[in-house]
Design a protein. Structure first.
Length: 327
C-alpha cells in the first residue's frame, strides 16, 4: 500500500455511489488522556511509509457500510484495502498532515515518536484506540530541514456503533504553513471503489468523501467536495463521525454523464454534456498532483502543453472525474 496512492483518493470525486454509507459529524471537547501500557505498532524508526504496518481489528467493524478486519497506519491516519461483493475498495481516515518519526531524523531524540494501540471497554462496546505521540512534520523536515513542531492524537474505532472519532492532544505547532503543505490539512473520511485494474488504471472509479472544512474550532462537513482545515485542532478537540442508517432515502441521483473527445487528444479536449459553460476545471496526473487549472472556454480545454500520458479531469460542482490520454 503506497501512501501517495492513498493521498490521491482525496482528489477523485467521481461518479455516484448508490448504497454508500453516509456519516453524521459532531465536534466535541474532552480532556485528552494519554494511553498507558499500550502496544507499539512500530519496532523500527519510520519516515516515508511505503509498506504501511497493519493493525488487526479485535472486533467486527464496518467502514462505509462494509466489514473490515484490518487497518494500516499511513503516517497521516489510517487506511484499508479489501474486496467486497466483486469490487475493490480503499478507504482512508485522514487525521493529520503527513508525519515523520523523530528517531528517523535523530536516534537520540528525547522523547521519541511512538505509535501504539490499546483495546478498552467491555465486549459489545469496546474501543480500539490508536495513538500517535510526539510525531514531527514530514513537510517541515523536507522543506526547512527542521523538526521542532510535533503533535499527539488518537483515532478511536468503536465496536457495534462503528463510530470513528479523532481525539487531538497537545501540539506545539506555531504556524500550520510550516507544518503542512500550503498551510492546510485534510481531515475526514474517504472511500474509493473500482472493478479492477487495466493498463495500470482503475476501472469505473467511484468515491465518497466526508471532509472537514474551515476553522478547526468550527469546521463544516463537506460531502464529495474538496475541503481542508486551515489550522490544527487544539488539545481536547474531538471529531466524531457516526454512521447513518442505510435506507432508500439515502440513495444518490446519478449525475448527468459528461464525455470527452477526441480521446486520446493532441491539443484541444472538447467536453460534451450538461454543465455550466463557464465552469472551472482542474487536471491531475495519475499520482494526484494538480498540473493545470482554469475555466472551460467554448466547451474546450487546451492541453497542448501537457506531456504525453494519462490524466484526470475534474470539473467544479461535478461528482464525475474523467480520464483522458494526451498523445
Amino acid at each position: 500500500m503506497k501512501k501517495n496512492y492513498l493521498i490521491t483518493l482525496l482528489l477523485f470525486l467521481c461518479a455516484p455511489i448508490i448504497y454508500a454509507q453516509d456519516y453524521n459529524f459532531e465536534k466535541q471537547n474532552e480532556t485528552y488522556a494519554t494511553l498507558v501500557n499500550a502496544t507499539p505498532v512500530f519496532t523500527e524508526p519510520w519516515n516515508s511509509i511505503e509498506d504501511a504496518p497493519s493493525i488487526a481489528l479485535p472486533f467486527n467493524f464496518s467502514l462505509f457500510g462494509k466489514p473490515i478486519d484490518v487497518v494500516y497506519f499511513t503516517g497521516n491516519g489510517l487506511a484499508t484495502e479489501f474486496e467486497f461483493e466483486g469490487k475493490f475498495y480503499s478507504s482512508v481516515l485522514f487525521a493529520s498532515p503527513e508525519l515523520i518519526d523523530l528517531a528517523a531524523l535523530d536516534p537520540t531524540a528525547d522523547p521519541q515518536t511512538t505509535v501504539t494501540t490499546k483495546l478498552e471497554g467491555v465486549v459489545g462496546s469496546r474501543i480500539l484506540k490508536i495513538q500517535v505521540s510526539n510525531a514531527a512534520s514530514y513537510y517541515e523536515f523536507a522543506e526547512f530541514d527542521s523538526s521542532t513542531q510535533t503533535v499527539d492524537f488518537q483515532i478511536w474505532l468503536h465496536e457495534t456503533t462503528n463510530v470513528i472519532s479523532y481525539h487531538y492532544g497537545p501540539n506545539n505547532i506555531v504556524d500550520l504553513e510550516d507544518f503542512a503543505y500550503d498551510g492546510i490539512m485534510g481531515c475526514g473520511l474517504a472511500e474509493i471503489s473500482y472493478e479492477g485494474i487495466e493498463d495500470d488504471n482503475l476501472i469505473n472509479l467511484i468515491q465518497k468523501s466526508f471532509l472537514l472544512h474551515g476553522s478547526s474550532n468550527a469546521p463544516l462537513l463537506k460531502i464529495n467536495q474538496d475541503a481542508f482545515l486551515l489550522d490544527y485542532p487544539t488539545t481536547g478537540v474531538i471529531y466524531r463521525f457516526t454512521p447513518k442508517t442505510l435506507s432508500v432515502d439515502h440513495q444518490e441521483k446519478t449525475p448527468t454523464t459528461i464525455t470527452l473527445f477526441p480521446n486520446p487528444t493532441e491539443n484541444l479536449l472538447r467536453i460534451n454534456g450538461d454543465f455550466d459553460v463557464n465552469v472551472s476545471y482542474s487536471i491531475f496526473d495519475m499520482s494526484g498532483k494538480k498540473l493545470k487549472q482554469g475555466k472551460v472556454t467554448d466547451q474546450t480545454i487546451d492541453v497542448s502543453l501537457l506531456s504525453s500520458g494519462i490524466y484526470i479531469l475534474k470539473l467544479d460542482n461535478q461528482s464525475q472525474a474523467l480520464k483522458f490520454i494526451k498523445k
